[in-house]
Design a protein around this ligand. Structure first.
Ligand code: SF4
Length: 282
């Protein structure tokens, strides 16, 4: 299916190179490359990036995701310090830290998140920290470790409506994912919670509305809604390109049911323009 014009983007190559050289020097991964994000040029030009910790190989196999699947390496002990160094060198005001899913580790990777948060706080305490976490296989112990560090925002993406989980996120569970957001608010209501979904995978409007209501039931504060784009032929095909006006409609609906902020548009990704929220609310 050919992409409509609203999904075509330009890249600022100079800034792109500057940031990518720094990341190479520090041996860091950013999700922007691995997930083939369409906003990579714009984010790099604004000196923002979503750091991908715990390596670049995932133990899960989501049908939409282009991150490599297989047996990951042990966590890199230098990674937390290097992420903090990049945050400092790029003078990042709002850092987003995410990871592959590490079902192979006894702590599901939660300790590496903790160390990364601590290193950023040490070197650049004014930076707002958003963690986009995996489900830690439903481990409350792992989740509590993150909550204790008090990142300003804990993000966990639902990605799609429950009916499509077996096809799109076969190793995940909708209720477990909602439960993560619920536990964060129960254990520390001062932490903002955030989630995101992709459209164009065959979901219906009623299913999206019902998902938005589920998120508000667990007091989720922030929602991102973007168009799914097939990163390569190996991932699931796009069923539909959703019109910008429909994204606008979901934004209005979301705000009317109580989200503090809804970022909804064809090119919106989970951490795209994440600082828009923090500038207003943090
Ligand atoms: S768990 Fe995350 S990183 Fe792993 S395949 Fe799924 S979307 Fe990609």
């Amino acid at each position: 299916m050919e992409k409509p014009d609203w999904l075509k983007v330009n890249i600022n190559l100079n800034e792109f190179e500057k940031v990518s050289n720094l990341l190479k020097k520090l041996n860091l991964n950013v999700v922007c490359y691995h997930a083939a994000c369409p906003n990579i040029g714009e984010c790099f030009a604004k000196h923002t990036a979503t750091f991908l910790i715990l390596g670049n190989i995932c133990t899960r196999n989501c049908a939409f995701c282009s991150i490599k699947k297989g047996d990951p390496l042990p966590p890199d002990p230098n990674e937390p310090k290097n992420v903090a160094q990049a945050v400092k060198e790029l003078n990042i005001r709002h850092a987003v830290i995410t990871s592959v899913t590490r079902d192979d580790l006894p702590d599901f990777g939660s300790t590496q998140f903790v160390k990364t948060i601590q290193e950023i706080r040490n070197i650049q305490p004014q930076t707002i920290i958003e963690v986009l976490i995996p489900d830690f296989n439903g481990s409350l112990t792992a989740l509590k470790r993150i909550i204790e560090e008090k990142p300003e925002i804990i993000n966990h993406n639902l990605e799609t409506v429950p009916r499509l989980y077996s096809k799109i996120r076969p190793q995940a569970n909708y209720k477990t994912s909602l439960g993560i957001l619920k536990q964060v608010k129960r254990l520390n209501s001062n932490i903002f919670t955030k989630s995101g979904i992709m459209l164009g995978l065959g979901e219906t409007e009623d299913e999206i509305i019902s998902l938005m209501k589920d998120l508000r039931t667990v007091k989720c504060d922030i929602l991102t809604i973007g168009q799914y784009l097939q990163p390569s032929k190996e991932q699931i095909e796009v069923i539909e390109y959703i019109k910008p006006s429909t994204f606008q409609k979901f934004k209005s609906m979301g705000e009317s049911i109580g989200f503090l902020y809804v970022n909804s548009g064809p090119l919106v990704r989970s951490s795209f323009n994440a600082e828009d929220f923090s500038k207003k609310h943090i």
